[in-house]
Design a protein around this ligand. Structure first.
Ligand code: BGC
Length: 728
């Protein structure tokens, strides 16, 4: 199984296209990235200089854990463990206040797990760590190199603090914009989530094992403990499992967390079709499966179903020994689980107590990490509206700047659930703006609109709170409306009535509906929850020191009613094929802001799509190119997106799907040819008849442009031995 997958992967990325006499234009290889290869850090970006992971992490050289060898010591340690000791490996202790450990085995000298959340930094009970912008903000940067570096930094802090497994990334797709954990994940698109998840996992695993979560279909928060997600086979494969498959196979994820909910009637922690057949069988996953915290519900069914570790306590698995002696659970099931656990411990170098597990605590909140947090925050911020050049703020002319609203002086970092991180400091918007403006301008603040009266520019900071959205602890949960609170909507209107220009800055994890106030705002910025350096990052882009280069990774609807049913108040939810831009393409409804949308301070034109000629094999890589010109007066960044469709298919397929992108920064008037690699295996649909992925041997249309609803370039190609270029 393993050899087959490796061979297929290598084949896919080697590219087997024959270039038959086609002119290939000079290509900007610093632009990117859309595809990947199997190298160490395949995500060289080229838009802003950034340190490489080794430089950022500072301590030992990055681990190379992609070699799929098993340490010979695994077998000898395994054979020396008693049944009771094996079960100890498979669960948290029975009695401990610490919910994130499994016990050390002093007799044979095997170290236990020291798990830590999570997706925006290391979550600690006491002490501080770098708080990065939330995951959705980083995905909105469309910069895989950035996510690789952030993963490397969080991994290094995890290790520096003495922990040995990071409970991240969260990769459930945003099926509905009301999902409470939208902030923790990478948006609605399975392919993009897969690519960003690969980057994150590879980055984290330069230091510690990554635990990819929550497998599978954990897309509702309010009823997550019990909800039964009903999903047909094609939908499961293409929408809810595809990105997990990509991450498991291409990033060699060490750990997968089984979700709380049920999929097709069986809890994910005791779900043989998901854990045994798909994950461990078909995908060749050689790491271990851990339960979400308190998600395991059974002893025998969980063990047989493929759950290797029960967390946080040994509750169900306290019955494992009896189940083995009673013949309900074969000894081999236990041995397989413990072998998986030991394999990861050895692979990441922390199996043995007599071998020191060393990390560098000095990396925690180091200047390199906090400046990476600032880079990530500003790259992910999305400019949604900018009428009349309301932005950037001109430090020479805008002498009176007001920063208003309750959240102007309080940094919003995100929810209070398991991804919560406590940093040593956090820069609120007002502080960031005041510092950047310097002594040349008068910068004032108020919770209401009083400071805005007569201002040249008023920045209204509006936000969601941890009661509005988030993991369902301490409030949180799903949203029942996408509106801002009425008082914040009123604040926007009040400000617009008294200030010369009104800029609305939103801090939230998901889409906001704004029918009642969009006309009052001259400019609107989606800042997400921007992390501990958020205020400074905001000033970076508001004053135009950097361009806005973030693009939405979620479709923003005009109204809640434009979305499919959420189903977050019922015991069973049908998760059908359509969501996000796929749903809007099908219904024809205009979104407020389409997937991939975001303005720049400059403008761009796109031209000259070229699809290389030659045979296009189902395992190949197609390097399409397009010219991008900066038609504005300032340097700026563009994310060129490629969507692929199969207009002649007779199967149930999406109208189009994102399959490649390139990020590029251009000077005024500059034109560059960017390359967008499209991995042909990514174009496959799930064939329920043969139960396999199928790249249809038919015409594929590629459409290229700045977002899902603005794709001015198109061309097509046929996959198959006789495939040839038919670029238009
Ligand atoms: C969350 C997981 C988290 C775990 C441990 C659960 O409630 O769903 O994402 O890793 O808690 O904190």
């Amino acid at each position: 199984m393993r050899a087959t997958i490796l061979a297929a992967t290598a084949f896919a990325f080697a590219g087997t296209l024959a270039w038959g006499g086609c002119d290939r234009p000079p290509i900007d290889r610093s632009a990117g990235p859309g595809g990947s290869d199997l190298g160490g850090n395949p995500y060289a970006d080229g838009t802003e200089a950034g340190a490489q992971p080794g430089g950022i992490c500072g301590d030992a050289p990055p681990l190379d854990v992609r070699a799929r060898t098993t340490d010979p010591r695994v077998a000898s340690v395994l054979s020396g463990l008693s049944l009771a000791e094996k079960v100890d490996q498979m669960a948290g202790p029975e009695l401990t206040p610490d919910m994130f450990i499994t016990a050390d085995n002093e007799r044979v000298g095997v170290r236990g797990f020291r798990f830590r959340d999570g997706p925006r930094g290391v979550r600690l009970e006491s002490g501080t760590a770098t708080c990065f912008p939330v995951a959705v903000a980083r995905a909105a940067a469309w910069d895989l190199d950035l996510e690789y570096r952030v993963g490397g930094a969080i991994g290094a802090e995890t290790r520096g603090l003495g922990h040995n497994c990071l409970l991240a990334p969260t990769v459930n797709v945003l099926r509905h914009p009301g999902w409470g954990r939208a902030q923790e994940a990478y948006g609605e698109d399975p392919w993009l989530t897969g690519m960003v998840g690969i980057a994150s996992t590879r980055g984290i695993q330069t230091r510690v094992p990554a635990c990819v979560k929550h497998f599978a279909a954990n897309n509702i928060e309010d009823t997550r403990m019990t909800n039964n997600a009903v999903i047909d086979e094609q939908t499961l494969r293409e929408v809810y499992a595809r990105h997990f498959e990509m991450i498991v196979k291409e990033a060699d994820a060490a750990c997968v967390m089984a979700a709380y909910n049920k999929v097709n009637g069986q809890y994910c922690c005791e779900n043989p079709p998901l854990l045994r057949d798909l994950l461990k069988g078909e995908w060749g996953f050689d790491g271990f499966v851990v339960s979400d915290w308190f998600a395991a519900k059974s002893t025998v069914e969980s063990a047989l179903g493929g759950l290797d570790v029960e967390m946080p306590f040994r509750a169900n698995y306290s019955g494992l020994q009896l189940a083995v002696s009673g013949g309900q659970v074969p000894q081999e099931v236990i041995d397989e689980a413990v072998e998986r656990i030991l394999r990861i411990k050895f692979k990441f170098g922390f199996a043995l107590l007599n071998e020191p597990y060393v990390g560098d605590p000095a990396v925690v909140e180091s200047p390199a990490h906090t400046s990476l947090a600032r880079e990530a925050a500003r790259k992910g911020m999305v400019l949604l509206k900018n009428d009349g050049g309301a932005l950037p703020i001109d430090a020479a002319k805008d002498k009176r700047i007001a920063v208003v609203g309750k959240w102007a002086t309080q940094a919003r970092l995100g929810d209070a659930g398991s991804s919560n991180v406590t940093p040593g400091y956090a820069v609120a918007p007002y502080l960031g703006i005041r510092t950047r403006a310097g002594s040349g301008a008068q910068v004032t603040t108020s919770q209401d609109a009083s400071a805005a009266a007569g201002a040249d520019v008023a920045v209204v900071v509006v936000a969601l709170t941890q009661q509005d959205e988030g993991e369902a602890w301490n409030g949180g949960g799903d949203r029942d409306s996408l509106d801002l609170s009425p008082d914040q909507e009123q604040l926007v209107r009040d400000t617009a009535a008294v200030a010369a220009r009104t800029v609305v800055v939103i801090e939230a994890g998901g889409p906001i509906t704004m029918e009642r106030w969009i006309g009052d705002a001259d400019a609107i910025v989606m800042a997400w929850y921007p992390g501990m350096e958020g205020g400074r990052a905001l000033a970076d882009v508001l004053f135009g020191d950097f361009d806005f280069s973030g693009r939405l990774v979620q479709t923003w609807p005009k109204r809640w009613e434009d979305e499919p049913a959420f189903g977050n108040h019922q015991a069973e939810t049908e998760m059908d094929y359509w969501h996000g831009y796929r749903h809007f393409d099908k219904t024809g409804v205009e979104p407020l802001f389409p997937f991939g949308f975001g303005l720049s301070y400059s403008t761009f034109s796109h031209s000259n799509l070229r699809i290389p000629c030659g045979t296009i094999t189902p395992g190949g890589l197609l390097r399409v190119t397009a010219d991008v010109k900066n038609t504005g007066a300032r340097a700026g960044s563009e994310v060129v997106q490629a969507y692929v469709s199969t207009p002649d298919t007779t199967r149930r397929r999406f109208v189009k799907e994102l399959k490649g992108f390139a990020r590029v920064t251009l000077s005024p008037d500059e034109t560059r040819t960017v390359e967008i690699p499209i991995r042909i295996p990514d174009l496959a649909t799930w064939d329920t008849g043969t139960k396999s992925w199928l790249v249809e041997p038919i015409r594929h249309e590629v459409r290229v442009g700045p977002n899902a609803r603005d794709l001015p370039l198109s061309g097509s190609f046929v996959v198959g031995p006789a495939g040839k270029e038919v670029a238009e």
